[in-house]
Design a protein around this ligand. Structure first.
Ligand SMILES: *Cc1c(COP(=O)(O)O)cnc(C)c1O
Length: 458
């Protein structure tokens, strides 16, 4: 039998990230200033963002960007991550497909998020920033940034979505172990939070809301910058270490993927996994399919609209051209907290619009059923977010069986679920629920989009 698990030597950890914006046939539409509706520049972002991150965000000319040696040094803590052939899962599904997964769950924080947290914290330190602030849903981004801040000597303040704060005490503690200061969102400590709590004291919070609070803190506190864990193009850029390693590992396995799959929250693990492969579609006419899997409860890719929208609830960010459910949309409290975001980011959304990428939605129950099968075959208990990618891979493997095709399927296991064990407990006791928003509910969110002249979209 061929090798089960492929790990690259440290010397083969990538030295550059891949910037897909430089090679996209149709460039993403510009982000707009919400008042003047003029395209924003990197300088416009400096008051809130770290300068190097802002420049990377808008860089449409350099396809390869060097990874600073200090960051690459820290990547050695856990990279390369393994590429694994899921033989037992294949057997259980009785499929002719070959299934591989790239396991990002072995990082110290248990997910892919550290790939960008380390880069962003490093650039903040280099710029002389002392304090950073952010939002977190399930807590994976928060724990990654807490650790990265500790490593590079920054103070870190985090707004955690209230339902996650209450549902996930272990993640909360993890962030505190790394030394971050935590506030459940919405909170009374910001104007944005106060506005919401006054109207609705039981508001469960959303990522959009927590982002508003973190930005407000960055704006009003000296030497403080706001760092984001997803959605933005520079975050997807940092995550391309995943796909670049996977590409090399697949070659060592002697296979080319026919289908590449990742779950989709704001798109960072998807972008990181897929973009390095997608570049061959631009230049060599490769026919690989790329599938983003989202939860049915937050279906921005399959049922949302391509429009200019804010990245946050209160409307502090620039207008971003993306698939969105509207910045005021609050999805139900599913366990995959990292997938409860209303929009899809600009580079990714343009690629979806241009037909390079497919999207599928998966109900919470189907996702956990997939996660259970994966745990019982491959041994790893996956993060609730990653269960969506697994469900997508299983659907594709079942299609291969019906069509008697031995295709190669590769998916990103974005994280492990050992701190999310209570969600599995609910699944086992049949107390977990599924479901998706009604058309009515989606209309409400979409009716609240900012006014932008239609010509800006075409
Ligand atoms: C945050 C998170 C996600 C979703 O975020 P993306 O930016 O879409 O990748 C998925 N899986 C895990 C394990 C996460 O922590």
């Amino acid at each position: 039998m061929k090798q089960k698990k492929i790990i690259l030597p440290e010397s083969e950890i990538p030295t550059e990230w891949y910037n897909i914006q430089a090679e996209m046939p149709t460039k993403p539409l510009p982000m707009l200033d919400p008042k003047s509706l003029r395209p924003i520049t990197a300088e416009d972002l400096y008051p809130i963002f770290v300068e190097e991150s802002a420049r990377q965000e808008l860089n449409q000319s350099d396809a390869w960007i060097a990874i600073p040696e200090e960051v690459r040094e820290k990547y050695r803590m856990y990279r390369s991550t393994p590429l694994v052939r899921a033989n037992e899962l294949e057997r259980a599904l009785d499929t002719p497909a070959h299934i591989y997964f790239k396991d990002e769950g072995g990082s110290p924080c248990g997910s892919h998020k550290l790939n960008s947290a380390l880069a962003q914290a490093y650039y903040a330190k280099e710029q002389g920033v002392t304090n950073v602030t952010t939002e977190t849903g399930a807590g994976q981004w928060g724990s990654a940034l807490s650790l990265a801040s500790r490593i590079f000597g920054l103070e870190c303040a985090i707004y955690q979505v209230r339902v996650s704060y209450e549902q996930k005490p272990s993640r909360r503690t993890m962030m505190q172990v790394y030394g971050a200061q935590l506030t459940p969102s919405p909170s009374m400590s910001t104007r944005a939070g106060k506005d919401v709590l006054t109207r609705d004291p039981d508001n469960p919070g959303s990522l959009g809301m927590a982002i508003s609070e973190a930005i407000e803190l960055a704006r009003t506190t000296p030497n403080t910058k706001y760092l984001l864990g997803s959605v933005m193009n520079h975050v997807g850029l940092h995550q391309t270490v995943i796909g670049l390693e996977a590409e090399r590992q697949m070659a060592l396995a002697g296979e080319q993927p026919d289908v590449v799959i990742a779950c989709f929250g704001g798109g960072s693990n998807f972008s990181g996994m897929i973009f390095p492969f997608l570049r061959h579609t631009f230049c060599d006419d490769a026919t690989t399919r790329y599938i983003a899997v989202e939860p049915s409860s937050c279906p921005k890719l399959t049922r949302g609209r391509f429009a200019y929208d804010y990245g946050d609830e209160a409307g502090y960010t620039p207008l971003i051209p993306m698939y969105t459910l509207g910045h005021s949309f609050v999805p139900s409290a599913i366990h995959a907290g990292g997938l409860r975001y209303h929009g899809g980011g600009s580079a990714f959304s343009q690629l979806l619009r241009d037909g390079y990428i497919e999207a599928m939605d998966v109900d919470q129950i189907e996702s956990f059923r997939a996660g259970m099968l994966f745990a019982r075959t491959e041994g790893i208990i996956p993060a609730p977010e990653s269960c969506h990618a697994i469900a997508g891979a299983i659907r594709e493997a079942e299609r291969c069986k019906r069509e008697a095709k031995a295709e190669t399927i590769l998916f990103c296991l974005s994280g492990h679920g050992q701190l999310e064990i209570s969600a599995y407990e609910q699944f086992i006791r049949h107390t977990l629920t599924g479901g998706s928003p009604t058309d009515e509910e989606l209309r409400a969110g979409l009716s609240d989009l900012p006014e932008v002249p239609a010509c800006a979209i075409n």
